[in-house]
Ligand binder design. Structure first.
Ligand code: TXA
Ligand code: MG
Length: 354
């Protein structure tokens, strides 16, 4: 199959609409189309069609027990797929939709088991990216869309990343340029009494608490999958966002982190070794490739570059990757969550815990 690429650059409004209509027609016929959202690129298809969900799993090489997020373009869409739209869901939708928040609610039976991985709940999100909203509207159905990467690879933040992984396996890609946020949506489970944060993202725990009061945090976010604990979002269980090389995070006071990383780097060949850092510390390392993810003053710039940085590790055939720790109360929580998963939760603590 040849994957068609629809570039949205420098199009008139009419040309943009025509391109979206062509992609919507592909979706209506049971095809699958990658499209930009404000978080990462998604791989979309008709969520009401079991065969389409199976095509999505096959293209990604993703286990089919890992449910897909259903994307809607208006509140009517929410009632179409969710059985119980709770007060909390309405409040959160009013505050954060369209935007990077996914809610887990009891599902309606119109959704096939293939879309929800056999669960009785559905993950729903209304993205804010103009092309995403146009595509969902023109398709006339709620769109199931996981991140448009091969399973296990970092999520795509550009159309080029999508093509790297999925060219020849999907019908089309809408190229809307680099995404804005660069990390997948926050996931909040509203299917039980107390909301539970399943995946941190741009919408932070504190922002959600302001709207719905206390929330819990899936314990596996911090500890990883150990002692028989399973994350409630099945996808959070898989090794993910991961480069091929062996990745370790070094955490603690800056000076100690730098000293430790330089010590570790010196044990390997320079061309096989990389450090992930920020502008603040980039000159402190030598004897390896030094990769910089923006500055700590601007966490959004770090988030935007994280997956490109992880992908570049494979491009350069890096075998040993050492990353600094970037914990903070804001976006740093989501950044660290993805880094910890990329590193399979391998962390060296020097001096104090972050
Ligand atoms: O930002 C995003 O959310 C992107 C864009 C494309 O919208 N999508 C995305 O989808 O990240 P995906 O499939 O890569 O991640 C979906 C996560 C998985 O960890 C999955 O297990 C979880 O959501 N999930 C989906 N349905 C669920 C459910 N009913 N209960 C718990 N977790 C669920
Ligand atoms: Mg994904």
């Amino acid at each position: 199959m040849k994957t068609k690429v629809f570039s949205m650059k420098e199009l008139t409004e009419q040309q943009e609409r025509d391109a979206i209509d062509t992609c919507a027609a592909i979706i209506k016929k049971g095809g699958i189309v990658a499209f930009p959202t404000e978080t990462v690129y998604g791989l979309g298809g008709n969520s009401l069609d079991a065969a389409v969900s199976n095509r999505i799993y096959a293209a990604k090489g993703r286990p089919s027990d890992n449910p897909l997020i259903v994307h809607i373009c208006d509140m009517k869409g929410l009632y179409e797929v969710a059985e119980e739209v709770t007060d909390a869901a309405i409040k959160l939708a009013e505050r954060f939709w369209p935007g990077p928040l996914t809610m887990i609610l009891k599902k309606k039976n119109v959704l096939p088991d293939e879309t929800t991985g056999g669960l009785d709940t559905v993950a729903v999100r209304m993205p804010s990216h103009k092309n995403a909203l146009m595509l969902i509207k023109a398709s006339g159905v709620p769109i199931a869309a996981p991140s448009a990467n091969s399973s296990g690879k970092p999520s795509p933040t550009k159309a080029e990343h999508v093509l790297e992984d999925l060219a020849g396996k999907i019908d089309a890609v809408i190229d809307g340029g680099a995404v804005d946020i660069g990390l997948e949506s926050t996931i909040i489970d509203l299917s039980s009494d107390v909301p539970v944060l399943l995946r941190p993202g741009f919408i932070t725990a504190d922002m959600i608490k302001e709207v719905v009061g206390d929330i819990e945090r899936d314990p596996t976010l911090d500890e990883g999958v150990c002692g028989g604990m399973k994350p409630k979002a099945p996808g959070m269980m898989y090794r993910h966002y991961a480069p091929n090389g062996d990745m370790v995070i070094v955490s603690g006071d800056t000076d100690n982190v730098i000293e430790k990383i330089n010590e570790l780097v010196s044990e390997h060949n320079p061309w096989e070794t990389a450090v992930i850092t920020t502008e603040e510390n980039k000159d402190a390392y030598s004897g390896c490739r030094v990769v910089c993810m923006g500055t700590r003053q601007d966490e959004q710039s770090m988030a935007r570059q994280l997956y490109s940085v992880l992908r570049s590790m494979d491009e350069y055939n890096i075998k040993y990757i050492y990353a600094e720790s970037f914990k903070s109360d804001k976006l740093g929580d989501a950044i660290m969550n993805r880094l910890l998963k990329a590193a399979g939760h391998k962390v060296i603590y020097v001096e104090r815990r972050y």
